[in-house]
Design a protein around this ligand. Structure first.
Ligand code: Q0N
Length: 295
């Protein structure tokens, strides 16, 4: 699903999963459009997951509301072109903070690798004996650079953030990151989902206020684990992507993950079961029914 042409909007950027447009004649608004694309093993798959863009857009909007008493956000309107209805949001154009603001409540992925090498994550020392999936003594602010498309973000320490954006803004985004994560983790936990870690992006308004931007607390910006299967000491199953990962790693796919070959198309059954996991995550978190659009 490539970025669709939208009359009245100029396409300005394509990420792995989402696309950015600017409304013609406006310099203070952007349109963020979520596709049905899904990534796995660092590849964007050829097979879309129907409704994924709509489900994650609805989930992000719901999270913005859950966090609205803690911080302002960039959402302006969901009155968007019919071609992208339900999977696009009109937002304030902000001066983006050039750092990925990551909160970790659990140790895994690159954080675990750094811990095993140095006993710390982003320069923050951690106790001995932590395993893959261990809950951290307290959530950590573990920022990274914003790498160019196709490159990997690099972990940085808080001093780097201070150097890049100044002490006041660095403190502010760290505080907001940890507050938003704590709120999200508590809400998700009550509903059977562990939010192991998440990535926020912030922007700054002309008046200097710091605003929550991008998407928030979705399975694309966070690790979602089923709480009832949490077991430190091993890789945790992904709430949303495990069917895809397991099939791609199975002999049935015929794919060699270590090769340079792109992954094969997904079977219909894997697509449908994955779609249902996104719907389940949305309905568990919000308590609402996801209304599939009849296009
Ligand atoms: N959100 C937002 C936002 C904003 N409100 N104001 C100015 N710039 C941005 C912006 C520009 N790029 N990105 C990186 C993430 N993108 C999100 C959309 O999809 C593509 C990737 C954020």
């Amino acid at each position: 699903m490539s970025a669709p042409p939208l009359p009245g909007y100029r396409h300005i950027y394509s990420g792995k999963i989402r696309d950015l447009y600017r409304p013609e004649g406006s310099d203070d608004r952007l349109l963020v459009v979520a596709s049905d694309r899904i990534s796995a093993y660092d590849h964007v798959l050829d097979t879309p997951i129907p409704d994924k863009g709509r489900i994650l857009t609805a989930m992000s909007l719901w999270w913005f509301e859950q966090l609205a008493d803690l911080m302002p956000n960039h959402v302006v309107s969901t009155d968007v072109p019919a071609a992208v209805t339900g999977r696009a949001v009109l937002v304030e154009r902000l001066e983006m903070v050039p750092v990925e603001c990551i909160a970790r409540g659990y140790l895994t992925g690159s954080g675990l690798a750094e811990y095993r090498e140095r006993g710390s994550v982003c320069g923050i020392p951690l106790p001995d004996g932590l395993q893959d999936g261990s809950r951290l003594p307290e959530p950590l602010f573990t920022p990274t650079t914003k790498a160019a498309m196709g490159e990997h973000d690099e972990s940085v320490d808080f001093a780097y953030v201070v150097d890049v954006v100044g002490a006041e803004l660095a403190e502010r985004v760290r505080t907001l990151t940890l507050e938003a994560y704590a709120r999200g983790e508590a809400i998700a936990r009550e509903r059977g989902i562990i939010l192991a870690d998440t990535k926020f992006e912030f922007g700054v308004r002309p008046d200097g206020s710091v605003v929550l931007a991008d998407e928030v607390l979705t399975p694309d910006s966070s690790r979602f684990w089923p709480r009832d299967q949490w077991q430190p000491g091993r890789a945790q199953p992904s709430f949303d992507k495990q069917f895809v990962r397991d099939w791609l790693a199975s002999p049935e796919s015929g794919w060699d993950r270590s090769s340079d070959e792109p992954p094969p198309p997904l079977p219909d059954g894997i697509v449908e079961r994955t779609r249902r996991r996104y719907v389940e995550a949305y309905e568990r978190l919000t308590g609402d029914t996801f209304a599939q659009q009849v296009s």
